[in-house]
Design a protein around this ligand. Sequence first.
Ligand code: UTP
Length: 236
Amino acid sequence: MPTLSDPPKPTVVLSVGGSVLVTGDNDVGYLRELATLLKAEGQRSSLAVTTGGGRTAREYIRIGRELGLTEVELDDIGIDVTRLHARLLAAQVGPPTPTHVPATIAQAVHELHHASPVILGGTEPGHTTDGVAALLAVRLRAARLVNATNVDGVYDRDPRTFPGAHRIDVLDWASFGRMVAETTRVEEAGQQAIFDRLGAGLLARARIPLSVVHGRDLKAVRSALRGEKFVGTRIG
Ligand code: UTP
């Protein structure tokens, strides 16, 4: 039971990419360990977590696009997949397992008054779960946002294409904003930019630092959540 003399818990937001959650490589072991970590960190801080849709979302979006569905309809399909991942993770973090994944930022904020961690997927068409995480961080006046993705930080060039690419350990918002804009194609469902454009702008404006870590490196995820030194990139 918290007392008045307890120091206030920091509020932290974590965005876990779908490409980290379900990869086909030891997903069950990873989800178990991630859930254990989230349970522990959810006690130390007020923790909101978003889950991405990854390759499952992209596969459904690809089929829908071939069928001629609109971008909004494709976004909705992506959102449903992100919620599937939220359900999977929340069930492992529970009990109690919430019956419904929070569908809006307002619902997630409300839930966070009663429980931590709160886990959700997407909310509205037109952005990604990184964008949802940024919106939540701003609403909650979070101390930091951690982006757990499938690379161990932000690189000067795409490390998947350029083996000589270098990780950048510290970045300012202006440089990061330019990098996000360069990797964002026309706004379309299922695209993979380094971060959500709307989200990057919101964080910069609110001066909430963003930490980018490899989601499968749970030591880095834990350190970044705690605001300690971590392997990855710090923006802000
Ligand atoms: P993701 O957040 O998974 O996007 O949402 P992503 O960029 O593909 O990220 P990774 O690969 O998981 O890290 C998947 C898709 O769902 C729709 C978008 O089309 C997005 O590309 N979506 C998601 C929304 O429209 N709104 C949301 O709030 C979330």
